[in-house]
Design a protein around this ligand. Sequence first.
Ligand SMILES: [Fe+2]
Length: 615
Amino acid sequence: MMMEEPRMVFMCLLILATFQQVVVSDEHQPLSKVAIHNIISELDQNAYVKANPSVLGLKGQNTEWVTLQYYNPKPTMDDWIGVFSPANFSASTCPAENQFTSPPLFCSSAPIKYQYANFSSPNYKKSGKGYLKLQLINQRSDFSFALFTGGLTNPKLVTVSNKVSFSNPNAPVYPRLAQGKTWDEMTVTWTSGYGINEAEAFVEWGPKGGKLIQSPAGTLTFDRNTMCGAPARTVGWRDPGFIHTGFLKELWPNKVYIYKLGHKLFNGTIIWSEQYQFKSPPFPGQNSVQRVVIFGDMGKAEADGSNEYNNFQPGSLNTTKQIIQDLKDIDIVFHIGDLCYANGYLSQWDQFTAQIEPIASAVPYMTASGNHERDWPGSGSFYGSMDSGGECGVLAQSMFYVPAENREKFWYSIDYGMFRFCIAHTELDWRKGTEQYEFIEKCLSTVDRQKQPWLIFLGHRVLGYSSAGFYAAEGSFEEPMGREDLQVLWQKYKVDIAFYGHVHNYERTCPIYQNICTNKEKNNYIGNLNGTIHVVVGGGGASLAEFAPINTKWSIFKDHDFGFVKLTAFDHSNLLFEYKKSSDGQVYDSFKISRDYRDILACNVDGCSPTTLAT
Ligand SMILES: [Fe+2]
């Protein structure tokens, strides 16, 4: 039995090897280092990989550890173990590409993770024996562990393990909350292996201790041809399963609700998730303490240390951990683009949603779209880069709900108590005359500042100000054309703070308008800012970006480290801003704004039309 599986794998790989690959390599995605197309077979009858246990999740867990024991009679330093899921990466599952795609046609996927054989076995090179502990999450298929020699670039398959699977691979998993189109609607999105032909998806929910009801959920999926290019439609493709969204409406403000995900099979059986809970949003304008966390560019990492080629997203687990630790004092989270850097390797989206589950299942996890979600040449993105690895936005727009009119356009507004958030989509045109510009003006202009004084603008790329080396080199200190049109709106509608990611560090400016600081204060703002404070908070986890060596006059605080921002609105007149490092959760930069709402009704430069004292 053990020998049949390697042969099957080898046959599949041999088929693949006959095709010449044109996979777009993204230097940022560790899985792109595995040259699937170069794999050849060097099966060794005496080699083995044994995985234990072979059935996971017997108590309903969706994350489990597996121990591998292996032996290679001819060990080398760059031997590695690839985790494949499904366990048999069979060419027979390959659908035809559409008529617009030229060969080669790929049928197999890259491993979902990998690790070097000597990672936890220093004597592996001598003895050929090793062991490895790997963390697996439930992602709808079984797993196998293949031992390769020849490194990542010229892999030679030596042997493959027994199969491992979760007891219910289709189970509903990784719920992520998002505020709906109105303040009193919460949406919950999750992933499962149950399509509309097998089961009805629903959410059972209600106030804690109160009567529970069941609300139906919609189901989405997509196929390989939905992807815009490689690797998403070639070696990075993996069946996404089904993505469900339920809408929990007419919530009472400030109430704890419990919820459970369910799938009613057509034989009457119900498959349940575990139970979760959240606190419903405050009524817009409500006077209470409200706490918001904002960061960009977090990415994902593996708790078992796998995939860490190039130290890909070293800060992501720390950021996740700090937010989880502070979760009881957080009401809503904004991850402003570059979510998981799957870059066309779809398996990574499941792993990302598993990583953030403790956060996203408990508080609204609001997303923005970044270049690594959306950009693809010829797909309508403002930038023609290949940063999405062929996903062209489909994954982000399906895996996460946002209350946009059109999820492909991905701009939206959120009212949360005393806050109004306007979320832009920097991967589509935002300049004057565009539909997005119109949206931004409408979002900023329609807020009643007496009730919602804290007006926040969010977007992925830096449309405002950044001292990042690559923006300085362009001489723009922003995304070219970024603020040219928008600064008029920020000024006119008195936006308090604008947040960006994309640049992987932290920076805060003075209140600024047209390159000029409008306020000399640095930490304790009283009254009208007369400009907007711009904050880069792109140090969520992905490898850090350098600042330019020059000191920009508008920059108040810079930090070349991983971190995130927390805003606390104490009431309508007092806002606290804190920047925390992901390494220790401590505050390294902060400021306060104290003012009366009438301060922002007053005029400043270009802020509003002059009034007359005539009576
Ligand atoms: Fe980015």
